[in-house]
Design a protein around this ligand. Structure first.
Ligand SMILES: Cc1ncc(C[n+]2csc(CCOP(=O)(O)OP(=O)(O)O)c2C)c(N)n1
Length: 324
């Protein structure tokens, strides 16, 4: 049996996301990125799956760990990588960097302020309702951000006004060094949804098939005027909180256990081989290989791009006009 289009595209998206973050790690090594870099490797299944249910008019507001969400929303990977590498040709002319990429054309934005993506997503959801648009706002949160006031206030307002808001919580069980189970008043974030008159869905975030089905259900629910949804995807962060994090809170044995047990690319490859036969392995491997080499070529292109002119350091800070 052969791969279906959807299986191929889910695997390909995950490969693209992994290769993208590996390129970022390489760029950091080459000193093309300054400041903290938050890598999403291990969480590819969530981003890959959400891409399928997002429409052009929907908005996504992400976090400090935002690369996969930007790719899922259709942000141009070359412009995104150029932004992360602080180039003039980047999404925000190199002024936003890795934590603050903005793309008005695709309605994608992100913030490095933990918990702040939800109030912004709430604003989008209000605007969609006022304009009568059939669009959904997706606010992304980590498990740590689910404990902030902004998360709570946004959910209260979205629930009261039945706004088209989907909150995607990537629960990787760590907020830097703080374990979710040590601080959370509930075993899951999803079960808090009923307190906000919202729908709560919990899903295994390592399997793109499962995430896709559940995220699609959440988007349909919100798009049909049924109010907000919390989708919580359990996933695993393979790298440190940021690149260079000494990870004193987990030892090498634990890190290796997580990587060898929950790699979404390996798990999905194994699943497809078990379902369709080992014959599909060669196609999957070729796909991964060509994705890696295309991404390496993209990084080379970005690194050859010019940096912003220091004389323009104060450009784009103040504006006299507010556009629509
Ligand atoms: C308001 C605010 N407080 C603290 C920080 C520092 N900080 C950056 S990321 C982070 C933890 C976020 O954890 P989580 O929401 O679980 O996301 P993850 O890093 O696991 O993706 C913290 C405390 C910040 N950026 N903003």
């Amino acid at each position: 049996m052969s791969l279906s289009d959807i299986q191929r595209s889910r695997y390909q998206r995950m490969c693209e996301m992994r290769a993208f973050d590996e390129a970022c790690m390489e760029a950091l090594k080459r000193k093309a990125i300054h400041g903290e870099l938050h890598i999403g490797i291990g969480q590819e299944a969530v981003g890959a799956a959400m891409a399928e249910s997002l429409r052009a008019q929907d908005a996504v507001v992400s976090t400090h760990r935002n690369h996969f969400h930007a790719l899922a929303k259709g942000v141009d990977p070359l412009k995104l990588l150029a932004e992360i590498c602080e180039r003039e040709a980047g999404l925000c002319k190199g002024r936003g960097g890795h934590m603050h990429p903005f793309c008005p054309e695709t309605h994608f934005s992100a913030t490095g302020i933990v918990g702040a993506s939800l109030p912004v997503a709430l604003g989008y959801a209000h605007a969609f309702r006022m304009r009568g648009d059939e669009a959904v706002a997706v606010g992304i949160s980590g498990d740590g951000a689910s404990h902030t006031g902004g998360f709570h206030e946004s959910m209260v307002m979205a629930g009261a006004a039945k706004l088209p808001l989907v909150v995607l919580v990537e629960n990787n069980s760590l907020a830097i060094s703080v374990s979710f189970s040590d601080v959370s008043p509930t075993a899951t974030v999803a079960e808090r949804a009923s307190a906000y008159s919202a729908l709560g869905l919990h899903v295994d975030g390592t399997d793109p098939d499962v995430v896709s089905e559940v995220f699609g259900q959440a988007m349909d629910h919100a798009r049909s005027g049924n109010g907000p949804v919390i989708v919580e995807a359990t996933c695993h962060r393979f790298r440190g909180h940021f690149e260079g994090d000494p990870e004193h809170y987990r030892d090498r044995t634990e890190r290796n256990r997580v990587r060898s047990s929950y790699d979404p690319l390996i798990l999905y490859r194994n699943k497809l081989c078990a379902e369709l036969g080992d014959g599909v392995a060669a196609e999957l491997d070729a796909l991964q290989k060509s994705t890696v080499s295309k991404t390496k070529a993209m990084l080379a292109e970005v690194l050859a791009m010019p940096m912003p002119d220091p004389a323009g350091a104060l450009d784009y800070i103040f504006t006299d006009e507010v556009s629509e």
